[in-house]
Design a protein around this ligand. Structure first.
Ligand SMILES: *[C@@H]1O[C@H](CO)[C@@H](O)[C@H](O)[C@H]1NC(C)=O
Ligand SMILES: *[C@@H]1O[C@H](CO)[C@@H](O)[C@H](O)[C@H]1NC(C)=O
Ligand SMILES: *[C@@H]1O[C@H](CO)[C@@H](O)[C@H](O)[C@H]1NC(C)=O
Length: 366
């Protein structure tokens, strides 16, 4: 682990420093989610369809300057970086990544029915990803028994989901109360999706929560306000967006606990993006983020260096020379440095409940 904050000596460094390397435990990883874990699907699905779509040969096509949490998990678990599921003809026997930039937990129909037109007409929602999973399944196992055994030895990472659902609603000018009203639907949809993979034989499922949307530079730029009371003075983040993320995460944890009780043979892990991000925002220097948590590395000017008309990848945007000193890569997604930090905390604690390494060790003992 790099850039260990000083307090870490007390809380977690010893555990990290003395931890044995993780044993090879899983045969594969299957990942579902959005741009925080997309390892190429968006680019493959849209190549030739969207104007100005740059070409990214593998292993690129990620929204970051390097690896994502899912990549660090694969590396730590001794598996190859996950191939995007849209890459037809790939051998997916060691896993597949169904995550796509922009994906939502709710289907397109929900947004259409509720008159939300800010969502592009992509069919990439959680349920679409579960359909793609069925196609991939046919290429890696045959009998129901064989498939169940195979998925029982795989790791499933289910999320992040929800961040896009809420952001499309905010974009459609929904009120705080209306956006909060979506949360139970989003969480119920996710629980249904997790039950679907458990029914396929999955035993270990990592479920990431939402990031603090109010700390993301695009939110801070688009919803900037003169009203100082809208900002949390400890972080500079916009409180109302964070409060939806907090509510989502709290409800998700309650429902995951319930699901765990209904499915005692499985291990369901809540993985926390929110808390580490808030720590970065409060005390960025402790983590090595000299440019802070709210300033964008690849951007086009403005108070947070985020400019919608010159966002990362568009003419007018420039890339900083010290991405590791920034939390935010492009105004929405993180740089590799915080992703690496967060992945380690999900593997070894303290930001996964329970940490992945502890359930692997439990399972190997019993
Ligand atoms: C896919 O890869 C696995 C090992 O990773 C191998 O055992 C299997 O034979 C391969 N399948 C095909 C169809 O090539
Ligand atoms: C998405 O799926 C719906 C329902 O299956 C279909 O009507 C629509 O054409 C699809 N849209 C795209 C862009 O593929
Ligand atoms: C945002 O980008 C546009 C296009 O490059 C530019 O004209 C504008 O000045 C930029 N705004 C800021 C605040 O830097």
């Amino acid at each position: 682990m790099e850039r260990l904050p000083p307090w870490c000596i007390l809380l977690m460094c010893l555990a990290v420093a003395t931890a044995d390397p993780l044993p090879q435990y899983y045969n594969a990883i299957f990942s579902f989610g959005d741009s925080f874990s997309d390892t190429g699907n968006f680019v493959i699905i849209n190549s030739g369809k969207l104007p100005n779509m740059p070409k990214f040969p593998p292993p690129y096509a990620r929204c970051s300057n390097g690896r994502l949490v899912i990549d660090f998990l694969a590396e730590a678990l001794g598996l190859p970086l996950l191939p995007p599921s849209a890459n037809k003809g790939t051998n997916f026997s060691q896993g597949a990544n169904f995550a796509v930039m922009g994906a939502t937990a709710l289907d397109l129909k929900f947004f259409r029915d509720n008159n939300v037109w800010s969502i592009p007409p992509f069919n990439t929602s959680m349920n679409c990803q579960l359909e793609w999973f069925q196609e991939v399944k046919q290429t890696i196992c045959s009998s129901p028994q064989e498939c169940k055994e195979y998925f029982g030895k795989a790791l499933f990472v289910f999320g992040e989901f929800g961040g896009n659902d809420y952001s499309f609603a905010w974009k459609a000018d929904w009120t705080n109360e209306q956006v909060k009203g979506m949360v139970p639907k989003v969480v119920a949809s996710m629980i249904g999706g997790i039950e679907a993979v458990l029914d396929e034989g999955a035993r270990h499922v990592v479920v990431p929560g939402n990031l603090p949307a109010g700390c993301i530079p695009i939110t801070l730029t688009v919803y900037a306000t003169e009203d100082a009371s809208e900002y949390d003075p400890r972080t500079g983040c916009l409180k109302r967006f964070n409060s939806v993320a907090l509510y989502h995460n709290a409800l998700l944890r309650i429902e995951l606990d319930r699901l765990q009780r209904r499915r005692p043979e499985s291990r369901i892990i809540y993985a926390d993006y929110y808390t580490p991000y808030i720590h970065f925002a409060r005390t960025p220097h402790l983590y090595g983020y000299k440019r802070g948590a709210l300033r964008v590395c690849c951007g086009g000017g403005g108070p947070y260096n985020y400019n919608m008309s010159a966002s990362c990848g568009l003419p007018g945007a420039t890339v900083c020379e010290d991405p590791d000193a920034h939390v935010s890569w492009d105004g929405v997604h993180l740089t590799e440095a915080p992703y690496r930090f967060i992945a380690n905390t999900w593997l070894k604690g303290p930001y996964a409940h329970p940490p992945l390494a502890s359930i692997i060790r439990d399972d190997m003992v019993y």
